[in-house]
Design a protein around this ligand. Structure first.
Ligand code: SAH
Ligand code: SF4
Ligand code: F3S
Length: 453
């Protein structure tokens, strides 16, 4: 039991990918992964502190594990580890070590100390110019890979903990990135998602000095790579050459996630987002002027301190203007140590009302827009099977979820995960499309699926 570990991941895709790196580190040390905390000698939580709810979830897990903790090593990784630091030992005394996302390079040393029996080990330094280049990464899926190209964040949005939890912005060397991408392609990966909190602020530290658009061009041109995505883009750094790169490379997906946060210039100012409503809309126009139809998704915060009804109306009207394919919306959650937490707050009930209204408005937009796709044929990269509905679940290049059946048994008995299928869209809902398989491709290039459940 001692050389087994369980890891649960909360938060964004960067955390998901960090966990893949941690898994690589642990497996290289002789640990093997198990699927429940009760079977594990070491239990790890890779945490998120973006909103209060996310943080609370971690403490409820730590409370739950307390009863079975004897003999187990408990570690807290990620953003709550960084933000709460040694306070975690007060709140959950059975935790053995905490390591923040800016300190993962210290993990091997931390694990040495933990394995030697040392208690309350910490890795919490934020002063770093290094990136977490794990020697071994154990990815969850053998066909779709994340690559972090830029870590940390140098923006200073007044509501956000990320600059405190992930440290300053550091870009990875383009040569190392290309090596990793080539190796992934050689191993049968066909989809690559480039990650960063502000992915398009990428600045190549190598002498080549590539721009983000150049990096997209080069990765997009790699043989066997069929889909390249990147997230999250910051509107202020979204330049024309990125749109040109998408137009040049068919493998760059027809989808951009471009968080706006609010449709009101005065709220955006309070948030210190570095753009106003008009600038954001100009950026949207530029993206929509691409030769291919690029779909947009966004993040929105309602009830930011000082947000009036008129400000909120501006956000609703922005939804109508942009016609996003999807929207992630949140009630503002005050975060310790951030400037907005000290400002005059909007009452909780009001935040709730605005959130509901916004979601209803966007739901109608998505219902209408998705219905327009009925009758079309779309290519889906298959991600999983839905046993209950006897459907496969995939994604289109525009990042829409497409559930489909195989009524004429074209692919009988085959595991379609990781393959690209041609699907006829037959129905739609607000959040997904439904269809029927038209053709499945021959055997995929990758070997074996590692699925732990
Ligand atoms: N780096 C990305 C977003 C990172 S966090 C960007 O700049 O867009 C993901 C989303 O969480 C944000 O876009 C924002 O909408 C939301 N978020 C961040 N801090 C929040 C807070 N304090 N309360 C509510 N939502 C928040
Ligand atoms: Fe947070 Fe703003 Fe940085 Fe995004 S750009 S991670 S919202 S500080
Ligand atoms: Fe959460 Fe940290 Fe990501 S706070 S959203 S896990 S960067």
């Amino acid at each position: 039991m001692s050389k087994t570990f369980y890891i649960e991941t909360f938060g964004c895709q960067m955390n998901v990918h960090d966990s893949e790196k941690v898994r690589g580190l642990l497996e290289a040390r002789g640990y093997s992964q198990v699927s429940s905390p009760s079977e594990a000698g070491m239990v790890l939580y890779n945490t998120c502190s973006i909103r209060d709810k996310a943080e609370q979830k971690v403490f409820s897990r730590l409370g739950g594990i307390k009863r079975q903790a004897s003999g187990k090593t408990i570690g807290v990784l990620g953003c709550v580890a960084q933000h709460n630091g040694e306070d975690i030992f007060q709140q959950a005394p059975h935790v053995d070590f905490v390591c923040g996302s800016a300190s993962y390079n210290a993990l091997p040393e931390i694990l040495d100390r933990v394995e030697a029996g040392e208690a309350r080990v910490t890795g919490l330094s934020l002063e770093t110019n290094e990136t977490f280049d794990a020697p071994r990464i154990e990815r969850d899926r053998p066909y779709s890979a994340y690559i972090t190209i830029i870590e940390g964040c140098d923006k200073s949005c007044t509501y956000c903990v990320v600059p405190f939890t992930r440290g300053p912005e550091r870009s990875r060397d383009s040569e190392a990135l290309m090596r990793e991408a080539r190796e992934l392609a050689a191993r049968g990966y066909t989809e690559i998602t480039l990650l960063g909190q502000t992915v398009n602020s990428y600045r190549d530290p190598a002498s080549a000095g590539w721009s983000f658009a150049r990096l997209l061009d080069e990765i997009g041109r790699l043989p066997r790579i069929r889909r390249v995505r990147f997230t999250t883009s910051h509107p202020s750094d979204f330049t024309r050459d990125i749109v040109d790169a998408i137009d040049r490379n068919e493998s760059l997906c027809d989808w951009v996630h471009l968080p706006v946060q609010s449709g009101s210039t005065s709220v955006l100012k309070g948030m210190r987002r570095t753009y106003g409503r008009d600038e954001y809309l100009r950026c949207v126009e530029m993206i929509k002027s691409a030769e291919r139809k690029i779909e947009l998704s966004t993040d929105i915060i309602v009830g930011f301190p000082g947000e009036t009804e008129a400000d909120f109306e501006q956000t609703l009207s922005l939804l109508d203007s942009v016609q996003y394919a999807s929207v992630f919306s949140f009630k503002y959650s005050p975060r310790r140590g951030t400037p907005a937490a000290e400002m005059q707050q909007v009452p909780e009930v009001e935040k709730g009302r605005r959130l509901r209204e916004l979601q209803q408005r966007q739901r109608r937009i998505q219902l209408r827009r998705n219905a327009e796709l009925i009758g079309r044929s779309e290519e889906a990269l298959v991600e999983r099977r839905n046993l209950k509905f006897r459907q496969w679940v995939g994604r289109t290049t525009q990042n829409r979820v497409l559930n489909f059946s195989d009524p004429s048994a074209l692919a009988t008995g085959r595991d379609l995960r990781g393959t690209y299928c041609q699907v006829q869209v037959t129905a739609s809902g607000p959040n997904s499309l439904v269809g029927e398989l038209v053709s499945a491709e021959a055997e995929p290039a990758f070997q074996g699926l590692h699925v732990l459940n």
